[in-house]
Design a binder for this molecule. Structure first.
Ligand SMILES: [Zn+2]
Length: 288
């Protein structure tokens, strides 16, 4: 069972990496986007994994996610172009390797990992686990971490009130089908609603993968996710096979709503069947 679960997790991450990083390959440097003097987003993609948040405090830095293992040397270079303060904490949005693969590198530099208690890591040292909520304060701005249950059992969303930024992890990957592989549609709605409850029209929403957006991006994604799951389950309950389901015209129309940046549809299409299957599984209680 554990092996099967691991395979599914790896498949999910692989899909994200393959699909969302296709446009540019082997970028020389990780591009950073300044949100304000104290907060940057280091953009993932290019085979490097997730986006990373960088909070610059008085005395130390906090990272939100750590990309993949192989991206660490590029990631630290990009961080050091912004600040030379020590990296004290890495908060993981969940335990998948495209977000946590760089953990060991930063632990080696003296960081402590903060992650939900369901996270499964090989190296439990320098690990601070929490159950429903965790706050980091006393450096510069408060960093609030909330456990949710949508993409994986170890999901968290991270809210920085002063910067007015929310980091969503893979609860929200806005160039991709809903990846609600643990909490199903109900878990996803709950997680998205939590983020919406913190946000206003100026809030910066950082997806795990995809492009930085605003609260309207979450509202649209929630609406489309509900349509997606509803149609798939209608077809499934009417007895349609998986092969018939993926040919359904209504579902194909809904599917294209997730191609929000008009990327080459073939990048998405090749995973369509797999993602429909995973959606049926989770709604039937089979979770990753
Ligand atoms: Zn991811």
């Amino acid at each position: 069972m554990l092996v099967k679960k691991m395979k599914l997790v790896i498949l999910t991450c692989y899909i994200f990496i393959q699909t969302l990083n296709i446009q540019v390959t082997n970028a020389a440097e990780i591009v950073s986007k300044k949100i304000n003097d104290n907060f940057y987003v280091l953009l993932g993609g290019n085979g490097q994994g997730s986006h990373v948040g960088l909070s610059i405090g008085k005395d130390y830095l906090v990272l939100i996610d750590a990309m993949m293992e192989g991206a660490s040397s590029k990631l630290i270079k990009s961080i050091r172009n912004i600040s030379d303060k020590p990296i004290r904490y890495v908060v993981n949005t969940h335990d998948h390797f495209d977000h946590s693969g760089g953990n060991a590198f930063f632990v080696e530099m003296g960081a402590t990992i903060i992650s939900h208690e369901n996270s499964q890591y090989n190296q439990p040292s320098h690990l601070l686990k929490f159950d429903s909520k965790f706050s980091l304060s006393g450096n510069t701005e408060n960093i609030e971490v909330f456990h949710v249950d949508s993409h994986s059992s170890s999901d968290s969303i991270i809210y920085l009130k002063e910067s007015n930024v929310i980091l969503m992890g893979d609860v929200f990957a806005n160039e991709w089908y809903p990846a609600l592989f643990h909490g199903g549609i109900l878990g996803q709605i709950k997680a998205l609603d939590l983020a919406l409850s913190f946000s206003n029209e100026n809030t910066v929403i950082v997806p795990g993968h995809g492009y930085i957006t605003n609260r309207q991006g979450i509202i649209d994604y929630k609406k489309n996710s509900i349509l997606w799951v509803k149609r798939i389950m209608e077809l499934h309950k009417s007895g349609m096979s998986l092969d018939q389901t993926v040919k359904d015209e209504k579902l194909i129309k809904i599917q294209m709503k997730f191609n929000t940046k008009n990327r080459n549809p073939s990048n998405l299409n090749k995973w369509f069947k797999e993602l429909v299957k995973n959606t049926i599984n989770v709604e039937n209680g089979i979770t990753m």
